[in-house]
Design a protein around this ligand. Structure first.
Ligand SMILES: [Zn+2]
Length: 277
């Protein structure tokens, strides 16, 4: 079994990730279950420039689309609302939607770059408190920008010990060592493998223990073949996860990374059992 705990749907800017692509890719590459968030919640482009307001959808609108996608694919998809702490706030409607859809909502997604906001800002804290009130984890993009730096996530993990935080990418664009050190030190801090070289994944498992790292990919950011061969004709690093990595860690560590940790962390057992197959 393989669970991908970091995938996306939605079409905005250069992101072209129609919902059907995710299902097609999962079928093609043997992914049994994916947790997705809707990138149409992006409010700023890659350079920190705001997107025209007319092009933006609200966090409730993008979440509603994710929910219908999950409802149409029982046993295959769970969701995280991708929230918009820069322009929006925790609304009664968002709270009601989470409450009504808690069976398929397994976390809250924050993207400090596309919200152009520091992860340790008071606006983000409101969403951390929301996650705490529902006992949901937070998945946040981490990278080398000041908004998405690992240090801010570490700070919030210390401040909110009851909330579990996943550092998506374990510091994209870095050598991952800072993120690994922090995940090792802080009990409620976890990491995913999206665009993480397998050498770093091996190091993270050795350093942080085999319970703290989960398989995630950003599928289908490079199209249906994100997990195979990218549009430039290059073999995706995820092929190494499917093949070479098995030789570098124990079978137990491999199973935990590829699905067992996510199954437990996101409490997916019931959801996967609902599958008609
Ligand atoms: Zn992502």
């Amino acid at each position: 079994m393989i669970i991908d705990m970091h995938s996306h749907i939605g079409c905005i800017m250069n992101f072209k990730m129609p919902k059907e692509n995710l299902i097609e890719s999962m079928n093609k590459y043997g992914i049994d279950f994916s947790i997705c968030s809707n990138c149409e919640s992006a409010a700023f482009d890659h350079t920190g420039k705001t997107l025209p307001y007319t092009e933006q959808k609200t966090q409730e609108e993008t979440y509603a689309e994710s929910i219908s996608f999950a409802r149409n694919n029982p046993g295959k998809i769970a969701v995280m609302p991708w929230v918009k702490p820069h322009y929006e706030k925790v609304t009664p409607k968002l709270v009601a939607m989470i409450k009504e859809n808690l069976d398929i909502t397994v976390g809250i997604k924050i993207h400090p770059v596309h919200s152009f906001i520091n992860f340790n800002s008071p606006q983000v804290e409101e969403y951390i408190k929301l996650a705490e009130s529902f006992n949901l984890p937070i998945l946040t993009h981490t990278g080398n920008s000041s908004e998405s730096c690992c240090a801010s996530v570490y700070e919030m993990a210390q401040k909110y010990p009851k909330v579990n935080f996943v550092m998506g990418h374990m510091g994209l664009g870095t050598d991952n060592t800072e993120a690994i050190e922090m995940i090792k030190k802080q009990k409620n801090l976890y990491g995913d493998t999206a665009w993480v070289p397998i050498e770093s994944a091996v190091l993270a498992i050795k350093e942080c223990g085999d319970d703290k790292i989960m398989f995630g990919t950003d599928n289908t950011i490079d199209g249906v073949d994100t997990l195979g061969t990218n549009p430039k004709g290059e073999r995706s690093l995820y092929q190494q996860y499917f093949n070479e990595l098995k030789e570098l860690i124990t079978p137990e560590e491999y199973e935990k990374l590829m699905y067992k940790n996510a199954l437990k962390f996101f409490k997916l057992e019931k959801l996967i059992k609902k599958s008609p197959q």
